[in-house]
Design a protein around this ligand. Structure first.
Ligand code: PMP
Length: 283
């Protein structure tokens, strides 16, 4: 498999990254996961601009324009023969031989690489019958609106879900004995109650690209949608729940811990159908 590393296409044996890279020593970096379908890249500009905004926010140099990266990504996809797959982008604050927490006031040369990977396996039945979620405390820092490579709590949450027969974790935070839902290890959530949709507000969650597309779909379908703090108890008494992400698209949820839902619900199906239409329009 080829990778694209700091402006060059490199084979596995030629991928030299210093162990002092701040991505490895401090998780000081950003990433993106982008879906490819029949070698087309979905929502590239949205993903690139999310990375670019965070790079500016954290003062990490992103030395390429969107057009350059997109062309390189197409070339990489072709070289690796990936049709339905995942494009992984990572940007770190480069090498720091002194391993100093402070980063130099003058920007260090950053590290940028891309991988084009085959699509991970997801059982097709999940989209039809729904998946199980496991509740898990959100142990993360307060920079969750940025897609940083600082992912240990997400790894723990998803691993807990998988090892207990679930597909995703439903993460929650707690304030004054009130538990509210944030997001999944790598997904955003929506719930339906009495025909109205609710989704956790953009506050300590990643503004997912799929979440944004789905929000527009919901408005377009004429449903009421509230973006607000949503209690965990509310999720447990929902009529329908679904998750959204680049890889999972719109996926119904049939249970949270031991609480069961009708899945897929009527509104979930409509949203799923509308999203699939956009998804396949890339072909
Ligand atoms: N939340 C988190 C924490 C994620 O890692 C992801 C996956 N990138 C999402 C939500 C969904 O975002 P997107 O729709 O951009 O894939």
């Amino acid at each position: 498999m080829w990778a694209f590393l700091d402006g060059e296409f490199v084979e596995e044996k030629d991928r030299h990254i210093k162990l002092e890279n701040r991505g490895l020593t401090f998780a000081d970096g950003l990433f993106e996961v982008i879906r490819t379908i029949e070698s087309k890249i979905l929502f590239f500009e949205d993903h690139f601009s999310r990375m670019q905004k965070s790079a500016i926010h954290f003062d990490i140099d992103l030395p390429y324009c969107s057009e350059y990266i997109k062309n390189a990504a197409h070339e990489l996809i072709k070289k690796n023969g990936i049709e339905d797959g995942e494009l992984y982008l990572e940007l770190t604050r480069g090498t720091d031989l002194h391993r100093d927490h402070r980063y130099p006031p003058k920007r260090t040369p950053s590290t940028f690489f891309m991988l084009a990977l085959p699509l991970r396996h997801i059982d097709r039945e999940n989209w039809k019958k729904g998946v199980k979620l496991l509740t898990y405390p959100d142990l993360r820092h307060k920079l969750c609106e940025h897609k940083t490579i600082n992912l240990l709590p997400n790894v723990l949450a998803k691993n807990y879900a998988y090892s207990n027969g679930g597909y995703e974790a439903l993460m929650y935070r707690e304030e004054r004995n009130y538990r509210y839902v944030t997001e999944g290890g790598s997904s955003n959530y929506f719930m339906v109650k009495d025909g109205v949709l609710h989704t956790p507000e953009i506050d300590n969650i990643l503004p997912g690209i799929t979440r944004e597309k789905v929000t527009k779909i919901i408005h377009g379908l004429g449903y009421e949608l509230h973006e607000r703090r949503v209690g965990l108890e509310e999720f447990l008494t929902a009529d329908e729940v679904f998750l959204v992400s680049t890889v999972s698209r719109v996926m119904p949820v049939h249970s949270i811990d031991d609480v069961h839902f009708d899945a897929p619900g009527t509104i979930t199906l409509k949203v799923q159908e509308a999203y699939e239409k956009i998804f396949f329009s890339f072909l």
